[in-house]
Structure formats: C-alpha cells, structure tokens
Design a binder for this molecule. Sequence first.
Ligand code: AMP
Length: 122
Amino acid sequence: MAYDDDNVFARILRGEIGAEKVYEDEHVLAFNDIAHVTPVHVLVIPKGRYESLSEFSAKASDAEMAAIFRAIGVIARETGIEADGYRVVANCGAHGGQEVPHFHLHVMGGRQLGGLKRQAGG
Ligand code: AMP
C-alpha cells in the first residue's frame, strides 16, 4: 500500500496540525498522545515516510532505527518514567489495531500497567 501523505502524523510533521512536542532530532519526532491512556503517553515517530513497523524494519536506515531507540531512552528519562518502568508498544496493521498509517511507538508510563495478556484479549 502506498504511504498516505494526508495521515495525521504526516500533517503534524509538516506543521499543518499542532502537537505537544516532547523530543525532536534529525530522524525522530515525539509528542504527547492526544488521547493519553496513561499519565505519560508519548508517540515516537520517524520523520521518514514509513507506513508501519514492517515497512520501517525493511526499509529504514541503520541511523533511523538507532535514532528511534535512543529517543525512547531520552524520553523515558526526561518524562520521569525511567525509574519506575514503562511500556513501549507498536500496533502494526489491522490485527495489531494500528489506526494511523505512519509508523509510531507508544511510550507509556506513570502508573502501574496491567498485564499484557489481559490487554491483548487473553
Ligand atoms: P495506533 O492505534 O497505534 O495507530 O495509535 C494512534 C494514536 O494516535 C492514538 O493513540 C491516538 O490517540 C493518537 N492520535 C491521533 N491523532 C493525534 C493527534 N493529532 N495528536 C496526537 N496524537 C494523536
């Protein structure tokens, strides 16, 4: 499927829609999820046009991949969730429940999170 340049994260990257920026570097933008489900809920996205984790893992450069994971570490420290722990989630495709077709990672923390089994429906 072709990348949809009108998806909401592409529009945030172009500055057409506002977002509460948490972190930015050459390859990565991170901002607060508009409908946060945990006290800290940050979305970390590559600046490149990748629809999903599958596409990112196949096509992104080593620098882009490294930047995403380095950014998560910085964000966890700077938002204060590093010490108590946090969860990183990537929803991929239809069965994964991905709603926005631009690869993103959810960084969630700030409270005790439920078990993954229950969250995934058993
Ligand atoms: P996913 O289901 O993994 O595709 O998650 C998409 C996430 O994007 C959801 O948690 C939404 O709340 C979030 N979201 C959608 N629009 C915006 C927006 N304009 N700013 C920040 N987060 C958004």
